[in-house]
Every structure is written in structure tokens, then in C-alpha cells.
Design a protein around this ligand. Structure first.
Ligand SMILES: Cc1cc2nc3c(=O)[nH]c(=O)nc-3n(C[C@H](O)[C@H](O)[C@H](O)COP(=O)(O)OP(=O)(O)OC[C@H]3O[C@@H](n4cnc5c(N)ncnc54)[C@H](O)[C@@H]3O)c2cc1C
Length: 243
């Protein structure tokens, strides 16, 4: 496939948890990246003479001149090595946006939006749109699965969102350890266990699932057993690349 790539320049670098890197890019060709909240971009590079691309969800709301991605490190990972080694001003190749993991023209219902790790970034990009949906009568439950509290990336954005809207909730689910001083929104166990406690119902709910393929497969199996049809299950699997 011939990719239509463009140069993207690093304008900001930060760590959003002890392990997750956030890179802010701007297109270096004077254009602006136009995308819908929930879409992803590809980065392109060469590794030992082989062209490689990797996908990353855009983590910020559309409308600014720059865009962010959050990268969870993978041991021995080729894109991990490249991205964690970038400095401000460095230019790499990008393409996109891609993907259909976006909000659609739904009637008011409840959105159950579950993620593991960096899979929560599409929901962060969607927050202003979700606010509009709430005004239209939607309810929103956002669930984030991570190992432990300090890996709960962008949790403050979701805590503040839930605090500002009675029709929104946020649940941070910790698979390793629940702190002794856990807040009501902090839960022990896998995110799929927490989905089940929300009593999902295909008559009233649409489910978004993003991140770890195992979490998504488990959740889909559980939801199918509750008679959820495919059209009510929207998924973005962070599958490892083949090359
Ligand atoms: C649509 C889409 C969106 C994505 N969005 C994001 C995002 O927003 N943030 C993000 O951090 N990642 C995201 N990913 C994953 C990302 O594209 C890369 O796969 C990831 O960063 C690893 O790439 P790498 O080149 O560093 O590792 P590779 O060089 O591809 O892998 C090195 C080794 O680790 C294994 N491996 C790869 N991934 C994993 C893993 N997750 N767990 C265990 N072993 C693994 C590989 O099989 C290989 O043996 C997304 C993937 C898809 C398909």
C-alpha cells in the first residue's frame, strides 16, 4: 500500500504516568491534521531497511493546530524505541487519520465506554462531544482498566467530567492493587468485571471498547451472552503489528 504521509514535528514531550509518554505533534507542512475524536494516526519509519508503521489513537479534542498521542512502552518494541527517543523539534512521518471508532448519530441512550491503558485516549478526545450528548439526554459511563492508581492516565479529566455531570460516571479499575485510601470511583479487578456491575442492557446501552484485545474479547463474549447485537458493540483493538 502506498501511504500518503506527511511530516510531523514534535512540539511537546511529557510523561502522563510513570510509564506512558505523551507526544504532541504539529504537521510540519503547514497543514492541520483534521480528524474526528476517536480516530488514530499512523507513524512511519524504517527499521533495519524495512518500512514499518504503527497506529496511535489521537488523545486530544480536534480543533487545535497540534495533536497528541499517548504511548505505552512495549519491551523491545521498534516504535517504542523511536518514540521514546524523540526530542522537541524532531520530525517523523505520519499519515491519517484513520478509523471508525467515533461517535455516531445515535438516539439518546447510555454509552458504556470501557478501555485498558492508552485505549482511554479516544474517550478523552470525545469529552466535549460527550458533554453535548448528555445535554441531549445520553448517559455516559467511562471505565479505565490499568494495573494501579499511578498508571491511570488522564484520570483527572474523567473524574472532573463525572463530577460536573450527574449523568456521567467514571470507574478506574486496578488489576494489581486497590489503595487503602481508595475513592468511590476506584475499583479492584479487571475492567470487564466492572462492566458487568453496570447491568448492561441492549435495550438501553451502546458499548464502546478500546485497547487490549483480551479485554475486548472477554467483554464481547459477556455482552453477547446478554443478547447484545454486533451493531451495539463498537471496538478498537490495539492488536500488535505483524511487521
Ligand atoms: C488502531 C490501533 C491504535 C493503537 N493505539 C495505540 C495508542 O494510542 N497507544 C499505544 O501505546 N499503542 C497503541 N496501539 C499499539 C501500537 O500501534 C503498537 O503496536 C505498540 O506501540 C507496539 O509497537 P512497537 O513497534 O513498539 O512494538 P513491536 O516492535 O511491534 O513489538 C515488539 C514485540 O512485542 C510484542 N508486542 C507488541 N505489542 C505488545 C503488547 N501490547 N503487549 C505485549 N507484547 C507486545 C510484539 O509481538 C513483538 O514481539 C494501537 C494499535 C492499533 C492497531
Amino acid at each position: 500500500m502506498a501511504w500518503k504521509t506527511f511530516p510531523i514535528k514534535v512540539v511537546e514531550i511529557g510523561m502522563v504516568t510513570p510509564s506512558v509518554l505523551v507526544l504532541t505533534f504539529a504537521r510540519a507542512d503547514g497543514e492541520r491534521l483534521e480528524y474526528a475524536a476517536g480516530q488514530f494516526i499512523n507513524i512511519h519509519f524504517e527499521h533495519e531497511g524495512t518500512p514499518i508503521h504503527r497506529s496511535y489513537s489521537v488523545a486530544n479534542t480536534p480543533g487545535s493546530d497540534s495533536f497528541q498521542i499517548a504511548i505505552s512502552p512495549v519491551e523491545g518494541g521498534r516504535a517504542t524505541k523511536l518514540l521514546f527517543g524523540l526530542k522537541i523539534g524532531d520530525v517523523i512521518e505520519g499519515s491519517g487519520p484513520y478509523g471508525r471508532f467515533v461517535l455516531r448519530d445515535d438516539q439518546p441512550c447510555r454509552y458504556i465506554m470501557a478501555a485498558t491503558g492508552t485505549g482511554v485516549t479516544p474517550y478523552r478526545a470525545m469529552l466535549p462531544l460527550l458533554e453535548q450528548r448528555i445535554e441531549q439526554g445520553f448517559k455516559i459511563d467511562i471505565l479505565l482498566g490499568v494495573w494501579r492508581r499511578d498508571e491511570a492516565l488522564f484520570a483527572d479529566d474523567f473524574i472532573n467530567f463525572a463530577a460536573a455531570h450527574t449523568d456521567a460516571t467514571f470507574h478506574a479499575c486496578y488489576s494489581r492493587e486497590l489503595p487503602d485510601d481508595a475513592h468511590p470511583w476506584e475499583k479492584s479487578g479487571y475492567v470487564q468485571k466492572q462492566i458487568a456491575t453496570l447491568n448492561p442492557n441492549p435495550a438501553t446501552d451502546i458499548v464502546y471498547l478500546c485497547g487490549n484485545p483480551g479485554m475486548i474479547d472477554d467483554s464481547v463474549e459477556m455482552l453477547r451472552a446478554l443478547d447484545f447485537p454486533t451493531k451495539l458493540l463498537r471496538r478498537e483493538k490495539y492488536l500488535p503489528a505483524r511487521v
